[in-house]
Design a binder for this molecule. Structure first.
Ligand SMILES: Cc1cc2nc3c(=O)[nH]c(=O)nc-3n(C[C@H](O)[C@H](O)[C@H](O)COP(=O)(O)OP(=O)(O)OC[C@H]3O[C@@H](n4cnc5c(N)ncnc54)[C@H](O)[C@@H]3O)c2cc1C
Length: 387
């Protein structure tokens, strides 16, 4: 069957879904509120599962050419005690993750979309679904469609999801988020390792090698600073010198990056949400990526899950007798893996980001031990990096 499909959101989930579905011969239209895709966003850690989905789209080599390989995760306290020390190769020789700039991923996917017959409606904010369940209503009051299938890929604060309150089992903001900046790494000092430094649970800084925006562009690194959402306005008010002082009191590892951050305009705050839908569809509308299951990025899985969702939806439609049957199959295929990461990030996030410092003692004592002992080390690797 050839379906008319409307996709809301041109982030990773929407882009990958558009590519898979257009290549299966469906007639795809993508609605994106932004007027175009700009060079916005920090680095993302692509896990092997995400890379394999990009491989199915024939885009892995193009993206990996711009990415920085990440072989291990190293988390230490500010005193240098090892809390996390995990290497991909301990799971399988040759296995690695890749740090990539969000813009590089998005531009590569967009270029591939432009080579397909996909209709792109930039600058269109979708506000809801019409009473027939098949049309999309935009902010100007215009209706689009009808569609045989609507894909909600409009991110963590999905407006489309708000039209289906009966599906939402949980939708809460986390009290903590992260301030991030992306800086040059000319001598490759940050390459190879995703590094984090903690003091208790209240302070954390992370460095993710983030590859290049273009083949001849400089190599970059993303820096993440943990922060309670309510403290962001005060951090902005106190200014960049105060923030740098706090970073320097935690670690000197950020020094080359602090030199490049000359104002608070270089820092962006990203809040997180915890959203569960049961099931992930209603009628002809299905939710992918953060719209369907936003979570804290503690485990670095959001983009990977978005890619896996897109592939699973396309597979479910292949051979299904109806849209309803395909959505049931899709929901069954994705539910367990997604729920696992949501639970794990819900439990782990307060251990790294909360006002509860006593949680840091068992964390520092137990996690370091688990990372040294072969069987628990391999289990931790499987949990972190399976699909
Ligand atoms: C600080 C931070 C670090 C992260 N690090 C990682 C990491 O290392 N690895 C990883 O895998 N994940 C990471 N994530 C998570 C990852 O960024 C998300 O899970 C992923 O981007 C989700 O993709 P998406 O396509 O579902 O949503 P989005 O990327 O949010 O895309 C949604 C799109 O929909 C558009 N849109 C929204 N509303 C509307 C509307 N009403 N009408 C039309 N268009 C609309 C938006 O403009 C946007 O383009 C991180 C997240 C944060 C906050």
């Amino acid at each position: 069957m050839v379906l008319r499909i409307g996709i809301v959101g041109c982030g990773t989930a929407g882009q990958a879904a558009a590519l898979f579905l257009a290549r299966r011969g469906h007639r795809v239209t993508v609605f994106e509120q932004a007027p175009g895709l700009g060079p916005v966003g920090a680095g993302l850690l692509l896990q092997p599962t995400g890379v394999s989905v990009l491989g199915r789209l024939g885009l892995d080599q193009a993206i990996l050419a711009l990415a920085s390989p990440v072989d291990s995760l190293l988390g230490t306290t500010h005193r240098g005690r090892r809390v996390l020390d995990l290497a991909y190769r301990d799971l399988r020789e040759g296995l690695r993750g890749y740090g990539v700039q969000r813009a590089a991923l998005s531009e590569t996917l967009l270029r591939a979309m432009l080579a397909e017959e996909i209709r792109l409606e930039f600058g269109t904010t979708v506000c809801g679904v019409g009473p027939d369940g098949r049309t999309l209503m935009d902010a100007g009051g215009d209706a689009h469609g009808p569609f045989d299938l609507i894909v909600g890929a409009d991110g963590a604060r999905s407006r489309l999801r708000a039209c289906f309150p009966g599906l939402v089992r949980r939708d809460r903001p986390y009290a903590w988020g992260a301030v991030w900046a992306i800086c040059d790494d000319p001598d490759g000092r940050y390459e190879g390792v995703l590094r984090q430094v903690y003091r208790g649970t209240r302070e954390m800084i992370g460095f993710l090698p983030s590859g290049r925006g273009a083949p001849d562009a400089p190599r970059r690194v993303s820096v993440f600073w943990s922060l309670p959402t309510r403290e962001w306005p005060a951090l902005l008010r106190r200014g960049v010198a105060d923030w740098k002082r706090r970073v320097r009191s935690l670690t000197d590892a950020a020094e080359p990056l602090l030199e490049q951050i000359d104002s608070m305009d270089r820092l962006i705050f990203a809040p997180y949400r915890d959203t569960i839908l049961r099931p992930s569809y209603r009628g002809r509308v299905v939710f992918l990526g953060d719209a369907g299951h936003s979570m804290s990025p503690q485990l670095g899985q959001g983009v990977n899950l978005a890619l896996l969702d897109a592939a699973a939806l396309s597979d479910a439609l292949e051979g299904a007798a109806s849209v309803g049957e395909a959505l049931r199959v899709f929901d069954g295929a994705r539910r367990r893996g997604t729920a696992f990461y949501q639970r794990a990030s819900r439990w782990l996030t307060p251990v790294f980001q909360s006002g509860c410092d006593p949680l840091a003692w068992p964390r520092d004592a137990l996690m370091g031990g688990c990372c040294r002992f072969g069987p628990t080390r391999r289990q931790a690797l499987r949990w972190r990096w399976r699909g």
